[in-house]
Design a binder for this molecule. Structure first.
Ligand SMILES: Cc1cc2nc3c(=O)[nH]c(=O)nc-3n(C[C@H](O)[C@H](O)[C@H](O)COP(=O)(O)OP(=O)(O)OC[C@H]3O[C@@H](n4cnc5c(N)ncnc54)[C@H](O)[C@@H]3O)c2cc1C
Length: 380
């Protein structure tokens, strides 16, 4: 006799959608009831956040309704989880409902907390969500040159590579608009290096120098002084700006912290080999929501969603499960002037050759289409 089980996925972003679609591919409706609870019914392809401020991409191509992205027979509930009982797999929702499930997958990403940085609000700009990327677009239309400071106020952040991508694209945009000689660009990153791969770091540093972009590693901004137009980092070093592009602090969601399963930054503490939370074999946390990495990425979210889906499928219908958590998708970095390069995030295994070219730029340019039609659908 087939026993119907229920999985609830909390979070309607990359990790949650991929996990739901992969589970539906491998189980029937009689075997598994799949519910996604999320509070963002229109899903934004975040990598396009670096293109939108320069008018290189229309935002409409970077957004799709979650309902459209979920495969058949997956229930989507627009709601918000406010608490979880991790011992009994019960979720409490903002609407007053509660949900109980055989399996729960937390895929709730990051929470931005700009209020932690004095002076940030109303002064700093960023491109880490659609609204802010579009506001920066409006600002760039009127930009006539000045001192641009690019940095992060958080050591934990999504795709730190996006900071140097933004700097390269800014350089190329300003040159096209005859504003480059009126502008200085100062790029800082929170990590000590631009990439975990030494070859990549040194090539990128060389390219930044050639483009006249000043660069400093290991810089985490702690305060903004709008009156003096300067920022101060955690070592007490100050930097001047006239345009401040600063990514906000990142944390896990409040309900994870309030449910007693989070680390000091609010991310769910998971077993690295199973992605299960706090000794509970049926509660998982994947993607940006867990505590495994400081540099968060969609390729990691994809690998973790596939891994957990395969573990649940193998328990319900049998068959082999993925035994390793390895990233399977290439990543791309844009370097301005219609160029980019691709790499695999396999630290220590490959020496990355950075060779910016038009082919990789084109793949990155069309990556939103691949993401919506193939990756999110669970096809790879
Ligand atoms: C500018 C930028 C560029 C990037 N470029 C790349 C790149 O080139 N390559 C790459 O691999 N990665 C890149 N990333 C990182 C990548 O986008 C993230 O790592 C990825 O989106 C993480 O997916 P996720 O599902 O874990 O989180 P998210 O996509 O953030 O999804 C979390 C979802 O959970 C929902 N949620 C939160 N709390 C609750 C709650 N309490 N109840 C219900 N729902 C809730 C949120 O509304 C959201 O929809 C980039 C990120 C940015 C910001």
């Amino acid at each position: 006799m087939v026993v119907l089980r229920k999985v609830v996925i909390v979070g309607d972003g990359a990790a949650g959608i991929i996990a739901a679609n992969k589970l539906r591919f491998h189980t029937s409706e009689k075997e598994l009831d799949i519910v996604v609870i999320g509070n963002t019914p229109r899903h934004f392809y975040k990598p396009d956040g670096v293109l939108i401020p320069f008018g290189y991409k229309n935002y409409r191509k970077s957004v799709k309704p979650v309902n459209f992205l979920l495969n058949y027979s997956i229930t989507y509930m627009k709601d918000e989880v406010i608490r979880i009982n991790p011992d009994e797999n019960i979720l409490f929702l903002k609407s007053g409902k509660s949900v109980i499930a055989d399996y729960i997958i937390l895929a709730t990403g990051d929470r931005y907390t700009p209020e932690e940085i004095p002076g940030y609000d109303g002064e700093a700009k960023h491109f880490f969500d659609l609204q802010n990327a579009m506001e920066l677009r409006e600002y760039m239309k009127t930009f006539q040159g000045g001192q641009v400071f690019i940095g992060s106020s958080s050591e934990i952040m999504q795709y730190p590579e996006s900071l140097y991508e933004f700097a390269f694209l800014l350089d190329s945009y300003l040159s096209q608009n005859n504003l480059r000689d009126k502008t200085s660009i100062n790029l800082t990153v929170p990590q000590t290096d631009l990439s975990p791969e030494p070859n990549t770091s040194s090539t990128l540093e060389k390219m930044l120098k050639e483009r006249g972009i000043e660069y400093h590693g290991g810089v985490v901004i702690q305060s903004v002084n709008p009156k003096n137009k300067e920022v101060t980092d955690k070592k007490g070093q100050t930097y001047k700006y006239s345009l401040l592009v600063l990514t906000p602090p990142h944390h896990g969601q409040e309900f994870i912290k309030n449910s007693g399963i989070a680390d000091e930054n609010g991310y769910a503490i998971v077993e690295p080999n199973t992605l299960t939370v706090k000794g509970n074999k049926t509660l998982f946390a994947i993607g940006d929501a867990n505590n495994l990495t400081k540099s968060k990425s969609a390729t990691t979210a994809h690998a973790q969603a596939s891994f957990v889906a395969s573990a649940i499928v193998s328990e319900i219908v049998g068959g082999l499960r993925e035994d390793k958590l390895t990233s399977k998708l290439p990543e791309f970095s844009l370097t301005g002037y219609n160029s980019g390069f691709s790499f695999f995030d396999l630290p220590g295994k490959v020496s990355r050759d950075v060779n910016p070219n038009k082919g990789d730029f084109m793949l990155r340019w069309t990556s939103a289409d691949t993401y919506f039609s193939t990756i999110l659908r669970g096809m790879v």
